[in-house]
Design a protein around this ligand. Structure first.
Ligand SMILES: Cc1cc2nc3c(=O)[nH]c(=O)nc-3n(C[C@H](O)[C@H](O)[C@H](O)COP(=O)(O)OP(=O)(O)OC[C@H]3O[C@@H](n4cnc5c(N)ncnc54)[C@H](O)[C@@H]3O)c2cc1C
Length: 248
């Protein structure tokens, strides 16, 4: 079984986000980057499937040399090898096209993505990738078991769950529940040492053309200062909600 885990290299959730002076791109200076949290669930699931069914786990990121630290972390967690699609992505459709070209050239049985990247929050790449490949696709996947070529998936829906059957090869977009947080793997010293010698191969792009480009980014307005009202002063609370906030 050949499994590919698509890893998005994203700012740490605690990072203070700024844009370049013309507001056209993220200013990555001073930001710590991590494996997209949704992809950590996918990577752990891939390693569990490998342990059960045998095979290999490859991780891939479309990005420049800056993403290599994130790929090395994935190798330290347990992936066998890593591929870096060499370029700076600016458009999710282009990312999906380049990932599809890699999948077609290398041949995989299962591609695991995260449900969304926590930087650009597009939620576009996995579905577009499956469409490029003409493979089955299960979004918001919170459970996956394999029996030969048969995949049994559980998908989260608003207020419920959907059981989906599909035949490999397929793409899933996973989230918490695919594995539990307690199952996530942290690189240990041995993993960090062996990751240094595992293959991390830069590959040229296939040449997919971007379908769009970001024009500008805007930060949300700063939050107004909190007003604290003593719990014994309910009249004042009601007055402010009525006269100032005008919500009652
Ligand atoms: C330095 C830098 C600058 C960037 N600037 C921009 C920008 O200006 N505008 C922009 O749209 N994007 C930019 N990106 C790319 C962005 O991080 C994503 O690759 C992609 O655009 C995100 O699309 P999305 O939000 O729809 O992803 P989603 O569809 O939300 O991602 C879902 C899943 O798809 C997979 N995936 C997404 N992106 C990648 C990837 N690059 N490689 C491998 N798997 C991936 C992951 O499994 C992820 O969990 C930049 C990336 C870098 C490294």
């Amino acid at each position: 079984m050949k499994i590919l885990v698509c890893i998005s290299h994203v700012p740490d959730t605690t990072a203070k986000i700024n844009f370049t002076s013309d507001s056209s791109a993220l200013d990555g200076n001073g930001i710590q980057f991590v494996i997209n949290p949704y992809d950590e669930f996918g990577l752990t699931k891939a390693l569990q499937l490998k342990e059960k069914h045998g095979g290999t786990v490859t991780v891939v990121t479309y990005g420049d040399t800056r993403v290599e630290q994130t790929l090395r972390k994935a190798l330290a967690i347990g992936a066998d090898d890593a591929v870096r699609l060499d370029g700076i992505p600016t458009d999710p459709m282009q990312v999906a096209g380049e990932l599809a070209a890699h999948v077609q050239s290398a041949g995989y049985d299962l591609v695991i993505c995260g449900q969304e990247s926590i930087d650009y929050n597009g939620g576009i790449v996995p579905g577009a990738l499956a469409a490029h490949l003409d493979w089955a696709f299960v979004n918001a996947c919170i459970g996956l078991t394999l029996e030969g070529q048969q995949a049994d998936c559980l998908r989260e829906m608003d207020g419920g769950k959907e059981a989906v059957k599909a035949t490999l090869p397929m793409v899933i977009a996973g989230k918490k529940g695919l594995v539990e947080e307690s199952e996530l793997r942290i690189p240990n010293m041995r993993g960090i040492m062996t990751a240094r010698t595992k293959p991390l191969i830069p590959q040229p792009l296939a040449g997919t053309t971007p379908a769009s480009h970001p024009a500008s980014f805007t930060k949300p307005a700063p939050k107004a200062a909190v007003q604290l009202i003593d719990s014994s002063n309910l009249e004042e609370l009601v007055r402010r909600l009525h006269e100032e906030a005008k919500v009652i």
